[in-house]
Design a protein around this ligand. Structure first.
Ligand code: SF4
Ligand code: SF4
Length: 70
């Protein structure tokens, strides 16, 4: 068994093949966890995302998904 994992937590994942770098998702993250670098959204710090999912419905490119925390 691996120790240290957080049960029931998820974080956002960005599909780089879909992301357009439009920054729309940034506006809806209450924790400012997302940034856009080189026209690609990514987590500024994975620990800042609490998996609330608010950004999900605002991506016109369907590039966002929730994935279980590692
Ligand atoms: S809203 Fe979607 S396409 Fe736009 S930057 Fe965010 S993840 Fe990328
Ligand atoms: S799931 Fe919530 S905390 Fe995580 S990036 Fe999206 S809006 Fe921000």
């Amino acid at each position: 068994m691996n120790g240290g994992s957080v049960v029931g937590q998820a974080i956002i994942a960005v599909d780089p093949s879909r992301c357009l770098g439009c920054r729309q998702c940034l506006r809806f993250c209450p924790r400012n966890a997302l940034v856009v670098r080189n026209d690609l959204a990514q987590l500024a710090d994975a620990s800042w995302c609490d998996g609330c999912g608010r950004c999900l419905g605002h991506c016109c490119a369907d590039a966002l998904s929730l994935t279980p925390c590692p």
